[in-house]
Design a protein around this ligand. Sequence first.
Ligand SMILES: *Cc1c(COP(=O)(O)O)cnc(C)c1O
Length: 411
Amino acid sequence: MSDLIQKAATLDAADPLAHFRDKFALRDGLIYLDGNSLGALPKASAAAMMAAVEQQWGEGLISSWNDADWVNAPSRIGDKIAPIIGAGEGEVIAADSTSVNIFKALGAALSLQEGRCVILTEEGNFPTDHYMMQGLERLSGGKISTKAVAGDAILDHLDTDIAVLLLTQVHYKTGAMRDMAAINRAAHEHGVLVIWDLSHSAGAVEVDLTASNADFAIGCGYKFLNGGPGAPAFIYVAKRHQHADAVLAGWFGHARPFAFEEQYDAAPGIERFLCGTPPILGLAALEVGTELMGKADMNAVRAKSLGLADLLITAMQPLCRDHGFALVGEPDRTHYGSHVSFAHPHAYAMAQALKARDVIGDFREPNILRLGLTPLYLRFEDVILAVSRLQAICESGEWDRPEFHARAAVT
Ligand SMILES: *Cc1c(COP(=O)(O)O)cnc(C)c1O
């Protein structure tokens, strides 16, 4: 371990992103390995939210829709998310939740695919992705059907019945990352449109929607973008598809919302993928997180993420050998996102025991201890400290205390 402590110190000293840590409100002693589930609080967020509450809402009241430019917040923030995911101006908008955006993207893609009525995904995709597909199938009265196949067989199932392929780029459990450009290419050869769920990609790995010729994408604001609990999500629609039917045709997606016309007439650009009134307070926090993320060079973020993962996997080797942990996936992380998962028969209790020692990771069914690596605020030293605390937990047997086995509502 002492070699690794030395190595971590060297890596921290040379870290070009080290200065970002001070931009986050992180309690001393805490090691936060769950930024892939809820990103940490940027120090500037509280002031931005207070301004939105006290000045814009409190004093400006309804005039703030114009005076504080509330009305353009979704597209303004969308344009700040765009460079983080390799999208162009006017292709991304901050709105609704990821789940709702999945529904909108599915509906839009289907509207472009007359005669095709199957939505394809992989088994083991994030549950909400499955559920939104299934809901659409029920709503269609069976006209649209859904199909989930083994992840490694996806390409074999592309044919002229498939309207749309819904995939998550970085798997929420295993961290495995898909080759977006190759899958888009294969899908397009069969006339299939692809929707990418970027929940564990945006701000975590280099994404280039433009270069990979992506059709649609959606993703979370509260994970690597640090937008706060329940932050608005985003939706990306390539310019060439923006004439698609937005399906959830709310008045904010109308070409002239304040004309109050009874007949729906979709806005020409990405605005049509808005639905109702934007959540301004949530957007205020998301804007801060997004601006901060936008200042980081994504190549440097990815390089640090890979370095953190290598160090973590190396440091975990003794625990894999002696205490029943098993790395999920391969040690070469170039085809993974920014979290590392370890299987363990008592993964839930391990996660709870770690929390008691001020290391926050999380548990995912059925046996996964998931450790998120967020390059903006994690130090290499933190990785070593986390593993040494986990080792102490294993050696002392403290993970087996009854309180660490009791399941909380949110894991
Ligand atoms: C976190 C996550 C979501 C979350 O959807 P919400 O509507 O924000 O709850 C969706 N998809 C994936 C792949 C996720 O990891």
